[in-house]
Ligand binder design. Structure first.
Ligand SMILES: [Zn+2]
Length: 120
């Protein structure tokens, strides 16, 4: 899958250049900015500097709080998980908006990091 190839390229670049900006990573790897945004939403990458500032590129899809990875902030995720429990009162969780990613909204100041897995 193309996105996997893109991820490997970005990952390899971040091994050598930790916290590189999105613009830098996109230019250096040839991976589309849009693909990087998808990787962020899939929680395969994190965005944010040492203060957690994410350049305003990633927001919780429910409450619009800035987040560093994925689609929702921890609070909204918990709400959703609770709502999905079998014994939860019957209220359907809101469907996620399926908005298109605006490439123009991607700012160069945002710093990328690898999520999760241990390095090397
Ligand atoms: Zn939220």
């Amino acid at each position: 899958m193309q996105l996997d190839l893109d991820f490997f390229k970005v990952r390899d670049y971040l091994y050598e250049h930790d916290k590189a900006g999105i613009e830098e990573v996109a230019d250096a790897t040839g991976v589309a900015r849009k693909a990087i945004m998808y990787l962020l939403k899939e929680e395969r990458l994190l965005v944010g500097d040492e203060n957690g500032y994410n350049g305003g590129i990633l927001k919780c899809e429910s409450c619009k709080k800035p987040i560093n990875t994925g689609r929702m902030c921890a609070g909204c995720k918990n709400e959703l998980i609770k709502a999905l429990q079998p014994d939860a009162p019957l209220s359907k969780p809101k469907p996620l908006p399926n908005e298109d990613i605006e490439e123009e909204s991607i700012k160069g100041v945002a710093k990328l990091q690898l999520s999760g897995r241990k390095r090397r």
